[in-house]
Write a protein that binds this ligand. Structure first.
Ligand code: UDP
Length: 372
């Protein structure tokens, strides 16, 4: 069979690209080394609850084009992410807002909160922030930094906050209103019935081979000799360093270990979908109670503890570590990639970028448009 595209990875990037190219009559074959589609946004039903098997995913965007695009494949509910943070026996609202400041310091007005933060920042002698610690301190001061940022961040990234890029913390908004909505985006929600159904719809009618890695696929295909399938182009959404056999060395990733528990007879375990544990001493970063993403009323509940771990070969990579060293290494791989005439690289792993889902979709649509 002659295909236009071989798409390596049935995650969000691959699925959007496959959909767009199929829509204009290009033939695609999608392969994935896992036994299921949807990559890390994969959800699975357990006790009637959609469980986010590779970590919680909350869809949010300010881009109307992307929001409208997603509506074609899913009905998004009205979930708003409002995590709470546990620090010892204290509990705070996130993101940092007037509720947090009131609980921390007893302040009631924005002016009081700002004055309190200013008081804390003055005297630290901070200039232009060079790393995450300096960025956080200069934004919120030492109280918030110590209780709600430092431990969590160092657990999640396995590095000192002084060695981390400040952009990571810019994901966390700071606001002076009583508003616990974590995201500032205009649109937000979770696909009713789970993300897997959404990706299934995108991939409808597209030939798919699961449980086979790119390497295995190439070997099996070339073993077919004359009968081998051919492809005009490849879209590769796996790890870019792996594609090039780690020829310049390994990029670093953060991985996660999930401890999932079905609590039979427990209707509501923690009263919120996301509870962060911001102390360094607690080994997990958060507990997710999946039913709350869909306002579930089932008699049981499923919770997942999320333990960050350093990635090593064979583990699932979740987050690129976009510090200077890794970005420089990535740039070398990107140089090689640009010389691969018939191979496109996409997604969090193919582009080594801490993409949110809406940005993944936008990038895949742009790549498809450029192809067309
Ligand atoms: N963060 C933090 N305290 C928290 C939650 C997040 O300091 O309670 C910081 C941390 O550095 C983290 C970043 O904000 O890496 C982004 O967190 P988010 O939960 O948005 O990341 P996700 O894992 O959902 O992509």
């Amino acid at each position: 069979m002659r295909y236009d595209y071989l798409i390596v990875g049935a995650g969000l990037f691959g699925a959007v690209f496959a959909k767009e190219m199929s829509r204009i009559g290009k033939s695609c074959l999608v392969i994935d080394k896992r036994e299921h589609i949807a990559g890390n946004i994969y959800t699975e039903e357990i006790a009637g609850i959609q469980v986010h098997k590779y970590g919680a995913h909350i869809f949010h965007t300010s881009d109307k084009r992307i929001w409208d695009y997603v509506q074609q494949y899913a009905r998004l509910n009205h979930y708003i992410n409002s995590p709470v943070a546990v620090y010892g026996d204290e509990l705070y609202n996130l993101p940092f807002n007037m509720n947090t400041f009131n609980k921390l310091w007893g302040v009631k007005t924005p002016a009081e909160a700002k004055a309190r933060i200013m008081e804390q920042i003055e005297g630290l002698g901070l200039g232009e922030p060079h790393n995450l610690e300096e960025q956080a301190l200069s934004l919120v001061g030492p109280d918030v930094y110590t209780k709600l940022i430092k431990g969590y961040t160092e657990k999640q990234w396995g590095r000192d906050c002084k060695e981390l890029p400040s952009f990571i913390i810019r994901r966390l908004p700071l606001r002076f209103v009583y508003d616990n909505n974590y995201f500032t985006d205009r649109y937000q929600g979770i696909p009713e019935g789970g993300y897997t159904g959404m990706v299934e719809k995108m991939l409808k009618g597209v030939p798919l081979k699961l449980g086979i890695s790119y390497r295995e696929f190439l070997e099996a295909n070339s073993a077919k000799g004359e009968e081998a399938d051919s492809f005009r182009k490849v879209l590769y959404t796996g790890m870019i360093d792996e594609y090039f056999d780690y020829c310049f060395g390994e990029l670093q990733y953060r991985s996660l270990r999930f401890e999932e528990e079905l609590l039979t007879g427990c209707e509501n375990y923690q009263g919120n979908a996301v509870v962060n544990y911001t102390e360094r001493e607690v080994p997990y970063t958060r507990i997710i109670e999946h039913k709350h993403f869909e306002f579930g009323t089932q008699p049981d509940t499923v919770i997942t503890r999320e333990y960050p771990v350093e990635w090593k070969r064979g583990d699932e990579p979740y987050y690129p570590v976009n510090d200077e060293r890794n970005n420089a290494l990535y740039a070398k791989y990107a140089g090689l990639a640009s010389r691969e005439k018939n191979v496109l690289f996409g997604g969090r792993l193919g582009q080594y970028r801490y993409y949110d889902m809406d940005k993944v979709i936008a990038a895949a649509l742009d790549m498809a448009a450029a192809e067309i």
